[in-house]
Write a new protein. Sequence first.
Length: 249
Amino acid sequence: MSDPGIKLENLTLGYERHPAVHHLSGEFKAGCLTAVVGPNGAGKSTLLKGISGAIEPLDGAVSLIGVGAGDIAFLPQQTQLEASFPISVLDTVCMGCWGQAGLFRSITRTMVDKAMMALGVVGLEGFQARPAGALSRGQFQRVLFARLLVQDAKIMLLDEPFTAIDEATCETLLSIIHQWHDEGRMVIAAIHDMAQVRAHFPQALMLARECIDWGPTDDVLSTNNLQIARDISNAWVENAAICERIEAA
């Protein structure tokens, strides 16, 4: 596995010319395990969408180093997914194979076997024929992690992966994340639980629409930084326009 990295260069992301993240520069190193933290509305989800390519920068750039097609897996928040879609658990997991199968190729027996193994890893043996929409929230999140296992990407982007799920599921998913990290994959996760961040993520990026701090978790999650993030978030003008760069003559 090569050593991918992600470099952010004066990155501004947002919607309809209104920034949600602005002037963000820095680099996610190969194999890092980083939590993106900050108040509600700080731009955490927007940043992950920008890195994944789901939205285009309003300004600046996301530079992918040693990263090719299919190297990034993105898990959005469950609230952005349609869990009631009439599809089986196995078919949901096999969707992680689309990058390998191609748009018009069939899922092979090998891919099905890989999906079944992934279901075993997340503790859902025997669930393959159940409708995905009939699962609990925690079970459905396990299915989504099984799909990530099948996708087998170098970079994992996770948006609030532990929200409203039970403790046992959290422990299972955290063990998978640590396994990815041990394998040298890059994991970037938007997390709201600071105790989880301190316990499991050695690096952190604190956002409040802009970068408050980025580095070792114990340094980033200082009382002073947390207060700065709250103050900036409370003062933010929701319909602020993007800053226009003035080019030198």
